[in-house]
Write a protein that binds this ligand. Structure first.
Ligand code: PSV
Ligand code: MN
Ligand code: MN
Length: 393
């Protein structure tokens, strides 16, 4: 793309100014693999400090105004107080992520466990998460179930689907008017033979049966290699069942690397589907969340980088010449249509984003500004003995 014409430029800048990317509290804590968790200096010791870090990301990017919590990793006495603290820092609390995967009782599953007592315990946790949403004012309950089986014959696949449907509908009934379930799927891990929600089709079927307050969330790291994620985005958007994303990058499995690091072109293609369906607007109700771990890289800086990567992909998607694309598609001109997309993808949008930040009263280079701010040095000296993010410790 040569020069961006003034009307395209102002349309793109307006859309980028309104973009909202949600960070994840667990990205700021120590994390690792099952082989080793590497501790970093200055990591948060409690949920309040995680929120302070998320607020720092927002301070330098201007487009990350909410942070998702994971319960019980972010358990506190008083969630209204936590929400007030977040507000003081200039951010809000976003999705509440349930955790029914880290208890010995859940060895054979949580809500799909053959034992009704374990199922009841899991359901009680999900209700507790809705109570927390009531206190924090969160709209979204994000449900990911590690439930599944490792061996053929271990349990009835159909009975487990029945148990899942039962639990989901109990939670659905408990939701408030403006609350919703975001159901997340994952191909494999920790279960290796069957996952009870392995793919978008299963998640979609459950959400359809539940009703309008249940939608599918796409974690970009949760598919078989080679899966066409933008196709899933398009199909779910068309059905009004796309609730949001857990963004991250993967080379192999659920790697949880920085979004846009492994395959920026895929991220662009995903954002093209969003933009062409006019689903970037907040009113479209799509939550653009990060679900990543920063095992070896500095965490706050990595989250800032991730937010910028999403912004860059979005800016490129917004630059697609929709009328040229439609006309090439109408003419059946395969190469011209493809060129329209590639033209936008190959545009260097970094100057545009620097201008955007200037207009928003931010420093043009958020990473340089963050580094100069001395925030990391301050928290490194004031926080001693930071916690693991919640797992792998
Ligand atoms: C599971 O792999 C997952 O993607 C779910 O979203 C969990 O809540 C999250 O990771 C924990 O990082
Ligand atoms: Mn996820
Ligand atoms: Mn994951």
């Amino acid at each position: 793309m040569t020069d961006i014409d003034p009307s395209t430029r102002s349309r793109v800048l307006a859309a980028l100014r309104d973009q909202r990317i949600e960070t994840a509290s667990w990205a700021f804590g120590n994390s690792g693999t099952r082989f080793k968790v590497f501790a970093q200096a200055g990591v948060p010791r409690n949920p309040y400090e995680k929120i302070a870090d998320a607020a720092t990301v927002h301070r330098f990017t201007g487009v990350a105004p909410t942070v998702a919590l994971h319960i019980p990793w972010d358990k506190v006495e008083d969630y209204a107080d936590l929400a007030a603290y977040a507000k003081e820092r200039g951010v809000g609390l976003g999705a509440i992520n349930a955790n029914v995967f880290q208890d010995d009782d859940y060895k054979l599953g949580s809500v799909t466990n053959p034992d009704p007592q374990v199922r009841a315990k899991a359901l009680a946790h999900l209700f507790e998460c809705v109570d927390i949403m009531d206190a924090t004012g969160s709209r979204d309950l994000k449900l990911w179930f590690s439930d599944g089986t490792n061996y053929p014959g271990q349990d009835s696949i159909r009975a487990r689907q029945d148990r899942l449907a039962e639990a989901l509908s109990a939670v659905y009934r408990r939701l408030g008017e403006d609350q919703r379930i975001l159901l997340e799927y994952k191909l494999f891990e920790p279960a290796f033979y069957t996952m009870d929600v392995p793919d978008w089709g299963t998640a979609f079927a459950h959400c359809l049966a539940l009703g309008g307050k249940a939608q599918v969330v796409i974690d970009t790291g949760h598919h078989a290699p080679g899966t066409n994620i933008e196709f899933i985005v398009a199909v779910l958007l068309r059905a009004g069942k796309l609730g949001g994303f857990d963004f991250n990058s993967r080379f192999y499995a659920d790697d949880d690397l920085m979004v846009g690091a492994a395959d920026p072109f895929q991220l662009f293609r995903i954002m093209c589907e969003i933009v062409s369906a006019d689903a970037l607007r907040a009113e479209a109700g799509i939550a653009f969340m990060l679900d990543q771990c920063h095992n070896i890289e500095p965490k706050i800086q990595a989250v800032i980088r991730s937010v910028m990567n999403v912004q860059e992909a979005t800016a490129k998607a917004l630059l697609v010449d929709a009328s040229a694309l439609a006309s090439a598609q109408r003419d059946g001109d395969v190469l011209a249509a493809n060129e329209v997309l590639m033209d936008a993808y190959q545009t260097d949008v970094r100057p545009l984003l620097r201008d955007l930040r200037g207009e928003m009263g931010l420093e043009p280079d958020p990473i340089a500004a963050y580094k100069q701010s001395g925030y990391l040095e301050t928290v490194t000296s004031s926080r001693v003995g930071g916690n693991a993010a919640g797992w792998g410790a």
